[in-house]
Design a protein around this ligand. Structure first.
Ligand SMILES: [Ca+2]
Ligand SMILES: [Ca+2]
Ligand SMILES: [Ca+2]
Ligand SMILES: [Ca+2]
Length: 683
């Protein structure tokens, strides 16, 4: 989840805490981080050649003054103060060009090298400077694929084409379970329903965030034929457990499916009759059984299903939390949450949101072993619901929400629980930045590959050249073990970002940056142009031919557009529903056809899913990126053209048969269409 998703839950401003490490030092057997990325440094590409670098340092004393100094600020000991965060670390972010940067921290007036960075050089004063190397200057660009012994990821995940669904917004199959004040599905997004202005609410504060559209499990079931025809074979569902919001990142319980996805009222009724601390008292109500039925039906149609695990925090309606609020220290859950004071009652909410009480953690896991046991029991419940040791009746894995805020040691233990129940289950973490330390074979199988999305979107938006695209993708592809690289969840957009076509309409602001349409923003939320859609399909062509499993955010395939959430979460457009009241909101048939064709290309071509990757050309002058994928005897060449003119196909040393070309095959032989792709099988 990302923080802006939650404004409806808490109108107060929040501090954007840098989501840095869980504080755990890497164990000795872990592979070293790349030299350019010590634990104390997080980097994020913000524009071509520029990187936002966040330095962190935890001094012994909490009341220290800490500054960052280096050539970038003229070694000034007081110009760049570091700010103390809730986790005891001091942090500061600065933007730097590619290059090599000696630096030090100045702690209470004393110059020290960064203790977490092993890369050092003499400072000329009998001490050492720490050294950070960014971009092209980095000497650690891997050139060979890493393999980690004993790391097994699910084989099926190599062939996965993911489709991400937020149930409230996908399809309404049962109006009986609709929440109160459900918006009509095809109503114009920018108009308010009468009840939305009650209590002085305005569109931005907070009507648009609080909407429900009534999507549910019967709706999903009814659309299985659509998913099959699209060609996807793995489904990621945003949270499905009982929660008040439309997005369900604010769980009331992890034990039952939301009643508005199944049968109204049953989650709370079940909870009232059960002991949260005793899984043997947990039953399956109608909503739970419907969920399992739909999972079974998806699986019978060749699709895998994973769900969101939001185990860092709960909602303030969570039945354990409301008990703590009511009974204070007497509550059996008194040690579950990050309670700062019982009288007056004060607690820590995730990212400052009072509606999202955090579970209390230590350096190695949850403070309360009951929370740990509860999360394990919930995990087993949904993976093997009838508990007979055969996981075929359960989900196929988990997507973990903000897992960087839960200590890594916990995820290692949790992984063993998951893989014990089902060795073939898939674990994917929401990690936006480099994820090396979660991908050593001991915690996750993969992460949501934002490091793929960022350069690809920048390239198709005309912000970076193919050589930079190729270099940045190579850095991540080869740094992660082969077992993870081939099962990464390669998304382009999702529930936390603006939609793909809208990103392309708004270049130059960085991925998921300055992308809200709040009053005063300069984001262009208008319907994307034909050219923006064409550039979006170029990104999808890269996604469907590259290493790692593609993921489609529901609706991108029919050309839905919108700024950061909730505008990226409009109700799905369906051909068999009445047209949307906003005449601009229409299915873009040609776009959908192109998605289907590109998905089919990947499904039909094993080398694109499992083949080794090699760059052939990254031609900045002609804006061409050409690579090959080889698997056994199969050699496939993918030529992507980021320029606005058709380009001749580079010589690939052999005759090829065209498997795919943009524009339905009408392109001139031997060329790559403008902003298009040609895919050849080489004989
Ligand atoms: Ca419904
Ligand atoms: Ca509900
Ligand atoms: Ca079972
Ligand atoms: Ca966002």
């Amino acid at each position: 989840m990302n923080r802006s998703a939650l404004r409806i839950l808490c109108a107060s401003a929040f501090v954007a805490l840098a989501a840095i490490s869980s504080g755990a030092a890497p164990p000795q057997s872990a592979p070293p981080e790349p030299a350019s990325l010590p634990q104390s440094v997080e980097v994020e590409q913000v524009a071509s050649g520029r990187t936002k670098v966040t330095f962190s340092h935890r001094p012994e004393r909490a009341d220290s003054s800490v500054f960052l100094a280096g050539e970038f600020n003229g070694w000034n000991p007081t110009r760049t103060p570091m700010e103390r965060m809730g986790d005891g670390f001091f942090r500061v972010s600065i933007e730097l060009e590619d290059g090599r940067y000696p630096y030090k921290f100045v702690v209470d007036g004393a110059w020290i090298a960064d203790p977490a960075n092993s890369s050092r050089e003499p400072d000329g004063h009998d001490g050492f400077n720490s050294v950070l190397v960014l971009g092209r200057a980095a000497s650690d660009m891997p050139t060979e694929q890493r393999v980690v012994d004993g790391f097994t990821t699910p084989d099926w995940a190599r062939d996965a084409i993911w489709y991400q669904i937020m149930l409230d917004r996908f399809a309404n199959g049962d109006e009986m379970n609709d929440p109160p004040n459900t918006r009509p599905w095809t109503s114009a997004w920018r108009e308010m329903s009468p009840w939305e202005s009650e209590g002085g609410q305005t569109f931005w504060e907070w009507a648009v965030f609080g909407r429900h559209y009534g999507g549910d499990l019967e709706g999903l079931r009814a659309r299985i034929p659509y998913l099959k025809a699209l060609g996807v074979n793995a489904i990621y569902l945003n949270p499905v457990f009982e929660a008040p919001s439309h997005h369900k990142y604010d769980a009331t319980t992890f034990v039952h499916i939301d009643d508005n996805f199944g049968t109204k009222g049953d989650a709370m009724m079940s909870s009232a009759n059960e002991d949260l601390l005793d899984p043997s008292t947990w039953g399956f109500n109608q909503s739970d059984r419907l969920f399992l039925e739909v999972v079974r039906e998806l699986k019978a149609n060749g699709m895998r299903v994973i769900i969101d695990g939001v185990f860092n925090h709960a909602g303030d309606t969570h039945i354990a939390f409301t008990d703590v609020r009511a009974r204070g220290r007497e509550s059996p859950y008194a040690d579950w949450f990050a309670i700062e004071s019982f009288e007056p009652f004060k607690y820590r909410g995730w990212a400052g949101f009072g509606s999202l009480p955090e579970f209390e953690k230590t350096e190695t896991g949850f403070r309360s072993s009951a929370v740990r046991d509860h999360v394990f029991a919930v995990t087993r419940r949904w993976m093997d619901p009838n508990g007979d040791g055969d996981p075929s009746d359960g989900i196929d894995g988990w997507r973990l929400d903000v897992p960087n805020e839960v200590p890594l040691e916990f995820w290692r233990e949790w992984r063993t629980v998951v893989k014990e129940v089902n060795p073939d289950a898939y674990i994917v973490g929401e990690i936006w930045k480099r994820a090396d330390r979660w991908l050593d074979g001991r915690s996750f199988d993969a992460v949501m590959n934002y490091q793929f999305a960022m350069p690809v979107v920048q390239w198709v938006s005309g912000e970076i050249k193919p050589s930079e695209l190729d270099r940045r993708l190579q850095a991540v592809r080869l740094a992660y073990p082969e077992q993870a690289t081939f099962v990464m969840q390669n998304l382009l957009a999702g529930h936390d970002t603006d939609r793909l076509a809208s990103m392309i309409m708004n270049p130059g602001r960085g991925y998921d940056r300055a992308n809200s349409e709040r009053p005063g923003s300069r984001y262009n939320g208008a319907k994307p142009t034909d050219e923006a859609y064409r550039r979006a399909l170029l990104a999808v062509a890269a996604q469907m031919t590259y290493v790692g499993a593609p993921m489609v955010w529901y609706g991108d395939e029919v050309g839905m557009w919108g700024s950061d959430d909730p505008f990226c979460r409009k109700p799905m457009l369906w051909a068999d529903l009445p047209p949307n009241d906003d005449p601009e909101e229409r299915i873009r048939e040609g776009h959908l056809d192109a998605y289907r064709a590109l998905i089919k290309l990947r499904n039909d071509t094993p080398a694109l899913r499992r083949g080794a990757f090699k760059t052939i050309v990254a031609d900045d002058a002609r804006n061409l990126w050409v690579f090959e994928r080889t698997l056994g005897d199969e050699r496939v060449v993918v030529a992507l053209n980021g320029s606005s003119e058709a380009q001749p196909m580079p010589d690939v040393g052999a005759r090829g048969e065209t498997l795919f070309v943009s524009d339905g095959g009408g392109a001139q032989a031997g060329t790559i269409p403008a902003l298009g792709v040609r895919v050849l099988r080489i004989r």
